[in-house]
Design a protein. Sequence first.
Length: 99
Amino acid sequence: MDEDLVTTDYVVVETTTLVHARLGGSAVRAFIDGLLPVCEVRYVDATIHARSVSAYLESLSRRSSLLDRVNFELMRELRIRRVFTFDRDFAREGSETVP
């Protein structure tokens, strides 16, 4: 199956921060130089951000993150149904998850 890899600038920021803290600078370089070039990075605009914050505040009892809400909003906008994640919140939102 030929599929495009799409992520957000928010995910890139969170991932580089986490990778750097846990694995160091060489792992960040591997992520940026090795994985990012095969991904389409979508930049979150003010409208998506505002909708995400609103949805996040409405769902605080479900413990999903603001980053998840941003991704859910962008996925709805782009009509993305399949997502690579280990986060069960995406399945609860109706996405097909891989693995």
